[in-house]
Write a protein that binds this ligand. Structure first.
Ligand SMILES: Nc1ncnc2c1ncn2[C@@H]1O[C@H](COP(=O)(O)OP(=O)(O)O)[C@@H](O)[C@H]1O
Ligand SMILES: [Mg+2]
Length: 231
C-alpha cells in the first residue's frame, strides 16, 4: 500500500465528523471517495494531508512512513499533495506567476514548472500571461491539478475536481485525470458517478462519517454495485 489509513477519527470540538475510517491506495491506483454533502469526505482528505487533526488512535502511513498529524508542508514535500475543494488561485497574479510561486517550495525551476503544467494541459499556454482571476472554474481546476504535480508527487488527493463545472470542461478534467492514471496514484472525492465508474480502480463510499463500502471496480463488481444509495 502507498497510503494506508486505519482507525481514522476526526473531531470538531466534541462533534465527531469521521469514525474509525479505513482507506488504502496501492501504487499506481486511482481510488475514489464518494458520499453526500456533509458525509466527511473533505475532513478525511484534510486529515490525511495534515490540515486537520487526526484523533489519537488514528494510523496514517504514506510510503511506509507514519505521517499522522505531521505538518502539511512536510507531508507535501514527502510526495503527498492535496488539491483543495475551493479551487482557489491567486487571482491578482498571472497564471505564470501562480505556477512560479508553487514551484518555489519544491525546489523546481520556474521554467520546468510551467513546462510541466503545459505538458498535462497544453491549452493553458495561451493563458500564461493573464491574471488567474480571469480563468474559468475548469481552467482553474486544471491549473491547480497541474500545480500539485510540481515536484512529481507519488500521491495526489483531489477534492471534488468537477464540482460546479460546465459539462464541456468536465470532459477536459476527465481527460487529464485519465492521462495521469497509472503515473501518479490518486485519491479523488467525486460526486459524478459516471466519471467515477469510468476511472476508478477502487471506490470508497461513505455516509455520516463512516466508510460503508469498499469496492474493487473490476468488471464483475461494476454491475452489482449500488453506489447511488450514497448520493
Ligand atoms: N471546520 C469545521 N468545524 C466544525 N464542523 C465542521 C468543520 N468542517 C466540517 N464540519 C462538519 O463535519 C461534517 C463533515 O464535513 P465535510 O468533511 O466537509 O463533508 P463533505 O466533504 O463530505 O461534504 C459536516 O457535518 C460538517 O458540517
Ligand atoms: Mg467536501
Amino acid at each position: 500500500m502507498l497510503l494506508e489509513v486505519e482507525h481514522l477519527d476526526v473531531f470538531y470540538g466534541k462533534a465527531q465528523a469521521v469514525h474509525s475510517a479505513a482507506i488504502g491506495v496501492k501504487p499506481g491506483e486511482m481510488a475514489f471517495l464518494v458520499g453526500r454533502n456533509g458525509a466527511g469526505k473533505t475532513t478525511i482528505m484534510r486529515a490525511i494531508s495534515g490540515f486537520t487533526r487526526a484523533g489519537a488512535d488514528s494510523r496514517i502511513h504514506f510510503n511506509g512512513v507514519d505521517i499522522a498529524n505531521h505538518r502539511p508542508e512536510e507531508i507535501a514535500r514527502s510526495g503527498l499533495r492535496y488539491v483543495f475543494q475551493d479551487k482557489r488561485v491567486i487571482t491578482k497574479l498571472t497564471v505564470r506567476e501562480n505556477i512560479h510561486l508553487a514551484a518555489y517550495p519544491f525546489h523546481v525551476s520556474p521554467k520546468a514548472a510551467v513546462a510541466k503544467i503545459c505538458d498535462i494541459y497544453p491549452r493553458i499556454e495561451k493563458f500564461l500571461n493573464i491574471k488567474a482571476g480571469g480563468l474559468s472554474g475548469g481552467q482553474r481546476q486544471l491549473l491547480l491539478i497541474g500545480r500539485a504535480l510540481i515536484g512529481n508527487p507519488k500521491l495526489l488527493l483531489i477534492d471534488e475536481p468537477t464540482e460546479g463545472l460546465a459539462a464541456g470542461i468536465i470532459e477536459d478534467v476527465f481527460k487529464v485525470l485519465s492521462q495521469l492514471k497509472g503515473d501518479v496514484s490518486m485519491l479523488i472525492v467525486e460526486q459524478n458517478l459516471d466519471l467515477v465508474r469510468r476511472l476508478a480502480d477502487r471506490i470508497y463510499a461513505m455516509k455520516e462519517g463512516r466508510i460503508m463500502m469498499e469496492l474493487d471496480n473490476s468488471a464483475d463488481s461494476r454491475s452489482g454495485s449500488n453506489l447511488e444509495q450514497f448520493l
